[in-house]
Write a protein that binds this ligand. Structure first.
Ligand code: 5AD
Ligand code: SF4
Length: 469
């Protein structure tokens, strides 16, 4: 089978048109609308991919359910970032042998990052016969063609290699929300941090054309979306390899120039590429949310070198100081890994010191997880499981006290927030976000969903603020 036709790194329009024709053929196979369940694990990129999967399924005639027994088609969009994510996925796929037994006509699809990990694919092939189709994330655009083979030829289909470097435009998307939209602007990653599996499963970094990005953003604004997040593993290197002379700061300015009342966020940023030019663009553009997610991963220069991160503790602190010079109120969030192979108590204390000084608005804390095939997997890991957990708990405790302090600064203040949904809590029925992306539970009328409102913050806990619209 011919896998990828390229014009530079683009999947040709005729190839996409071919997939669309196949979607129509699949639709014609069914007398009544079949039901699909799309189960998504992991990051926002996976959420965005699932929205494309739903868009394609919608065109193929599927309606949607969250009941695994009722579904004619189950799509498991998987995450490979840490071992516990992998175990959770495999446990759930294992349980699908029951739904398949109850409904032998059911089709089960295994895709996302784990579908590009050779060892996992082998496990699926050998021990999970209920799975009918496996395809790697870079081959998402071929889903209609692959599904047609499963539905009409009745064999198992595995396509887990290839498509690296490709960008497919024009696939249908069925978005989950009506206020917030995830929106990939680039794919893959070239940074090869030594612990990370992403560059191995999502392939080389490539950017979407700026015209496509700006057109799609304009359409989102026209459709009423108010909170748009530009996605990429490292948005700060947007534009590398494009013919157009554009970088991420330039793209952000273009998106922010679109007419309408909306906010633009982005994630994730790599500290080594977050530039003064970017901070200036964020500060200049009213529609750019004053928020940045800037993972530091470790506060120890020795560990940062082993991680292949390309900056030091001091570089990182200078970077966030610079961001705050341009935007004194900017909300800064970060990721950190504890228990990297060989991390000593002194290394860990450097991490605590960074957290103490950085005063993050939020921090995502992870225990190092060994990913076969990555360089760190071959490093000697002398830190015990118990010690990793002890360090993890110390980090959480420190950050919680900082988050409490950061949150309490907002009490009594009035601020503009975007109401993006319902909370399910009768006393505070509205869920909203501040410009900096902080969660606010509000009391107020449900008709406010989708609008920017003035809110007074009354109290807080470690995770969110509470207030009145
Ligand atoms: N183990 C633990 N955490 C990891 N991350 C990435 N790879 C690993 C790993 N092998 C974390 C990093 C990254 C976030 C998305 O996940 O902190 O920023
Ligand atoms: Fe992984 Fe590093 Fe790329 Fe982020 S920048 S996806 S941590 S390799």
């Amino acid at each position: 089978m011919k896998i990828v036709k390229r014009e530079r790194n683009k999947i040709q329009a005729e190839e996409i048109a071919n997939q669309k024709a196949i979607m129509a053929q699949i639709r014609a196979l069914f007398a009544a609308r079949p039901l699909a369940y799309v189960d998504t694990y992991g990051c926002q990129q996976n959420e965005a991919d699932s929205e494309t999967i739903r868009g394609m399924l919608d065109e193929m005639g599927y309606a949607f359910t969250t009941d695994e027994f009722e579904a004619d088609l189950i799509v498991i969009n998987t995450c490979a970032i840490r071992e516990n994510a992998e175990n959770r996925v495999l446990g759930n796929v294992g349980a699908l042998s029951h739904t398949k037994k109850a409904k032998p006509s059911q089709t089960i699809v295994f895709c996302g990052c784990l579908a590009a990990v050779p060892e996992t694919v082998e496990k699926i092939r050998r021990s999970y016969p209920q799975v009918d189709l496996v395809f790697a994330p870079n081959l998402l655009w071929m889903f209609p063609e692959l599904l047609r083979r499963v539905l009409t030829e009745k064999g198992r289909v595995f396509l887990t290699d290839g498509g690296d470097g490709a960008v497919a435009e024009g696939l249908p998307v069925k978005r989950d929300g009506t206020v917030k939209a995830w929106f990939p602007i680039m794919y893959g990653c070239d940074n090869f941090c030594s612990y990370c599996i992403v560059p191995h499963v999502r392939g080389r970094e490539r950017s979407r054309d700026p015209e496509h990005v700006v057109d799609e953003a304009r359409q989102l604004v026209a459709d009423g979306y108010k909170d748009i997040t530009l996605l990429g593993q490292n948005v700060n290197s947007y534009g590398a390899g494009l013919d157009e002379n554009i970088n991420f700061a330039g793209l952000l300015r273009q998106v922010c120039e679109i007419d309408g009342q909306f906010l633009v966020r982005f994630m994730t940023s790599h500290p080594k590429d977050a530039s003064v030019e970017l901070f200036r663009a964020m500060a200049d553009c009213e529609r750019a949310a004053k928020q940045i997610h800037l993972p530091f991963q470790s506060g120890s220069d020795r560990i940062l070198r082993l991680m292949n991160r390309g900056y030091t503790h001091q570089d990182y602190m200078a970077k966030i100081a610079q961001a705050r010079e341009f935007m004194p109120d900017i909300a800064i969030t970060s990721d950190v890994i504890v228990g990297f192979p060989g991390e000593t108590e002194a290394d860990f204390e450097d991490t605590l010191r960074l957290i103490e000084n950085a005063r993050f608005d939020g921090l995502f804390t992870f225990i190092y997880s060994r990913r076969p095939g990555t360089p760190a997997a071959d490093m000697e890991d002398t830190v015990t499981h118990e010690e990793k957990h002890r360090r993890f708990d110390r980090l959480i405790e420190l950050q919680n006290s900082i988050s409490d302090e950061q949150h309490s600064k907002h009490i009594g203040k009035a601020m503009t927030v975007l109401v993006d949904g319902e909370s399910g809590d009768a006393r505070y029925p509205l869920r909203a976000r501040t410009n900096g992306g902080r969660l606010v539970h509000l009391n107020g009328d449900l008709t406010l969903v989708g609008s920017f409102v003035e809110a007074r913050i009354t109290h807080c806990n470690s995770w969110s603020l509470f207030g009145e619209a």
